[in-house]
Write a protein that binds this ligand. Structure first.
Ligand code: SF4
Ligand code: SF4
Length: 369
């Protein structure tokens, strides 16, 4: 009897290990392999679910659907109804993080209120940094830009994620798809500041300070003080959490946007995204609709520059970004539609992601009806 039980245990251990390693191999493909990217032209709620099912992962446990709720005033963000069957089928939670800049999406309560105003009412919402920021060490990852990755601590509460992205332009990244949705979308405000700028904010105009001490009282590192009557940040103490930026009523504490060399911002995004793909199982769905040169964080996004294209799904983040980019280029009859529309190419994201081993640029597009 004992022998039979041991054999059963060995069998199940082997099969579950095999299933996991197969999944990992597919989502972190070697550069000479070919990844499958599923595609459906009609953008409907039923087709979003059909594509998820086509991936064959059927996630169990606690699933988060990473989504963007749209900036206040933005008209281009994806209609939440598109995710209704997916949310019902997976019993998942919409997950997002607070933003770096001041506005409704900066604080958890107003962020959730805005999401509901935008129609995200039929599934739970979890703002991942609502309680705390957490950090991962990047030791052994081969990154160029970061020793640590700062993210919303609730990320660790999930078993798996569906990264549901609106594929469109972005003023600094060329395009925003799955990589950007992961990189900025799971980062805490401090992590967003580290990607956009430097780790330490600056006082832009100390003469406007009303000496309310909000920033001092909310700084977890005692890095702010009045030095000879002037509000000052001690760079050696600052841990780059970005809390003071949101707390200043005069908006004079700001991220220090630095002139970055070509592709450095893109590489920063990719390193953040790469860390998250290494930590949890995840699949990717890109919706190619309302494609303008600007992202859903812009209050006044420009009109789309090309027609809607369809929905893509893949286990490979590099392949889905490459396929999405190619389809937009084809629809716009050029090689790089985002370079043409906004003067910024986002191809560096895809190149660096492949270099870090996140997936492959070689893909096979499989159209589903
Ligand atoms: S970023 Fe955070 S640690 Fe740095 S000064 Fe502001 S509140 Fe303090
Ligand atoms: S929160 Fe702004 S206005 Fe208030 S003390 Fe700090 S810098 Fe000055």
């Amino acid at each position: 009897m004992k022998r039979i039980l041991t054999l059963i245990l060995v069998f199940f251990t082997f099969t579950s290990f095999n299933a996991f390693s197969q999944d990992k191999t597919t989502s972190n493909s070697e550069s000479d392999s070919v990844a499958i990217v599923y595609y459906i032209k009609d953008i409907t709620p039923e087709n979003v679910l059909k594509l998820y099912k086509a991936l064959g992962v059927d996630y169990k446990g606690k699933t988060g659907v990473k989504i963007h709720f749209g900036e206040d005033g933005n008209k281009n963000f994806l209609n939440p109804e598109l995710t209704r069957p997916l949310m019902q089928y997976t019993k998942a939670t919409w997950v997002e993080t607070n933003v770096l800049y001041v506005g409704k999406r900066r604080f958890t309560d107003t962020h959730i209120k805005l999401a509901k105003e935008h129609g995200f009412t039929f599934a739970p919402i979890d703002i991942l940094d609502s309680e705390a920021e957490a950090e991962y060490s990047t030791k052994g990852m081969g990154f160029k830009h970061y020793k640590k990755i700062k993210y919303g601590s609730h990320f660790d509460n999930y078993d798996n994620f569906i990264i549901y992205s609106h594929f469109k332009g972005h003023g600094s990244a060329g395009f925003g798809g799955a990589i950007k949705n992961l990189a900025m979308g799971f980062a805490s405000p401090g992590g967003k500041m580290a990607q956009h700028a430097s780790d330490v904010p600056v006082i832009s105009d100390a003469s406007k300070c009303i000496k309310c001490s909000n920033c001092i009282n909310n700084c977890p590192a005692n890095a702010l003080s009045f030095v000879e009557g002037v509000i000052t940040i001690d760079k050696d103490k600052c841990i780059g959490c970005a809390k003071c930026i949101a707390e200043c009523p005069k908006r004079i504490i700001k991220p220090e946007y630095k002139e970055l060399e070509e592709n450095v911002f893109l590489e920063r995004l990719v390193e953040y995204a790469c860390m998250f793909t290494r930590k949890k199982p995840m699949v990717f769905i890109n919706v190619l609709a309302n494609i303008s040169s600007s992202c859903d964080c812009s209050a006044r996004a420009p009109l789309p520059f090309t027609q809607d294209i369809g929905i893509l799904a893949s286990k490979d983040i590099v392949a889905i970004e490459q396929a999405s980019h190619d389809l937009v280029a084809k629809g716009h009859k050029c090689e790089d539609a985002f370079l043409k529309e906004s003067g910024v190419s986002g191809l560096g994201q895809i190149e660096y992601a492949q270099k870090l081993g996140m997936g492959t640029r070689k893909y096979k597009l499989v159209e589903l009806k």
